[in-house]
Design a protein around this ligand. Sequence first.
Ligand code: SF4
Length: 351
Amino acid sequence: MQTLEKANAIINTIKNNIEKIGRQLRIIEVCGTHTVSIYRNGFHTLFKGYIDFISGPGCPVCVTHEGYIDNLIELAKMNYTIYTFGDLLKVPGKSMSLAEAKAEGAKIKIMYSPVDAIENIAEDEEAIIAAVGFETTVPAFALSLEKVLEKGLKNVKFACELKTIDQPLKVLLKDHIKVDGLILPGHVATILGVDGFRFVEEFKLPSVISGFEKYDILLSLLSLTQSILNNDFTVKNEYKRVVKKEGNTVAKRYIDRFFERTDAYFRGLGLIEGGGLRLKSEYSAFSVQLKYDYESLSNSACRCADVLTGKLKPFECPLFEKVCTPQTPKGACMVSQEGSCNAYFRFGKWK
Ligand code: SF4
């Protein structure tokens, strides 16, 4: 059978399965890259009336709060050089973004990987690495700290706002949202493995680890609808070419060697116990103490918090498209290429 015919056959089976289930399904895609794939490929319109896609908290830029940006700007004012991934640049802080601070002369440099950044730090530079991301990126920060130790560098510190995926998902499923199934993040699963998502089974919800191509998404939706029909709550793996049962054991060892759990603040979900990672105490000399006033976070007109918890579609935000665009973002969900507001804006036909 040709690829197009195969795809059409899968689409028809998915729709037939949903008709047998007898209601529109609410499916959450945890990862921002899945959000983009769903909207880029038009699955939200293809399955209109069949599936309501809800974006989850797996976009690292989207869940990073403005307090972190404010801390980085304060540190830059103290003459540190901040090394950051480029997608954090436009995230609004309380008064300005890193990009605006850079335009005013703050020493903010874009890094392509933290390991690269370590290679480029000058001897007379006091550098701070902005460590943001989920378990997918944590091994790179672990490797970069290993490099710092090997080189005996004393002028490098890490500002950790690293996140874990399990705790926010538990909070989301327990307190915030009712869904019929989950598309689990393929990138994080590469590190954590299928076993890293077994906790989802306790919620008695079907779930599937998915790749990012359109065919991957279709196969994952097929798997999910079959699991829903069969009341099967076992985590399924439709990304077997990359994701193993036990994950990447080397990367996990690296994470455990340098990092330990800590509480972390997620936009939309608040402060979550064990939701983050910080450097272990033996490496505290390389860690920047960040100061947060959690009470004052997320008071802007931006509704990212509601978007990230499935309470609001991006186009329902009063600022969407009128004043908030990828060129003039008012919130992190529009800044990040993986943010749902950004995906809605770019791939249109959302109504
Ligand atoms: S459209 Fe803009 S302002 Fe509204 S929730 Fe999304 S990022 Fe925030």
